[in-house]
Design a protein around this ligand. Sequence first.
Ligand SMILES: [Zn+2]
Length: 378
Amino acid sequence: MIDIDRNRLIEIIKEIVNIPSEKPDGNEMEVGHHIFTFLKNLGFAPIKQIVDEHSFNILCLIKGTSEGRAIMYNGHIDVVPAGNRELWSHDPYDCVERDGKLYGRGTCDMKGSVGCILYVAERIANGEIDLAPDLLLTFTVDEENENKGIIQLIQSDINVDYCIIGEPTELDIAIGHRGVSTHYIELFGQNCHIANSDGHRNAIHDAAKVIEWIEGKNTELRRENSLIGYPQWKVTQVAGGIKSNVNPEYCKITADRRFIFGETKDSLINDLELLKRTFPEMTIQYGLVSYVAPALEKESCRAVHDVQGAILATEGKRHAVKEFEAGCEQSFIQQKGIECIVFGPGSLKQAHVIDEFVSITQLIDYVQIISALMGNPS
Ligand SMILES: [Zn+2]
């Protein structure tokens, strides 16, 4: 166990939380520069990997003393938009400590985790953690949007034993997640005065029927279950209509589909085709917005073994091995042939919400476990 300087850990996290890096409405340039400079000032040699004109990934290899072992940490440095700031008890970008928690956008998802690993890097630089394996730190952009960062990162030459994504799992070990696919569905009606609209298609009324149909399908889908959870299909956005007295000629629905192994890009399309056949009287078009494959690692893998070993060494007990309820970028890393698990501080219940927070106790425990993992070859 190492002595943890609580104030310093919190200071590092506050610094990165207080730099907004919202996706899709902002960018990660400033927080990227901050993390890059932080690592450079420690004497390491971070590399910027340009993703687009507004953002770059950071890779930083820290050499360990035990030849031939290497562990990768991955964390995204973007956050979801804070939304209506008046609903927050505090400014989401002025991170505060209250009742043993750190509040602010990204504290839980996932700058608290990123701050912990930066703290560990600082302790390594100061010679206070004797790093055994090589540690490859990777900080990616655009995770909350189109996964541009990870898609770029996996083009790199990466040779590690396994990867830990530090997304919030409440310090349990997550070995898989459902796939996430988003489609838009467009409904087309006829433009006319609402006073004289009988017999004209109303795109919003049509959308209502489509939404109800999707809800029915969702009930069916949820009967299935698997190691990574159940399939789900829910409408998350609706936009349509131009004025209270104009018959709506257009309505766009966006729907989020969580899917499991056995379902494919094509089978998801089949459901959309079935939708079209169910309502032949409507004009319906659809298209793909984003797609992330499901992921599952074996419970007997090296990463789970090592992390459980580090947890046991610090806490004298094991933590649960489970699925990650949200989507993350595990499948991208697995597709590269790298063993990968998800393990980090904070609860998903506090991610993407007003008054997002992370427990400071979990941050400290995370630093202890990661330090044990890095220091003790098993
Ligand atoms: Zn996240």
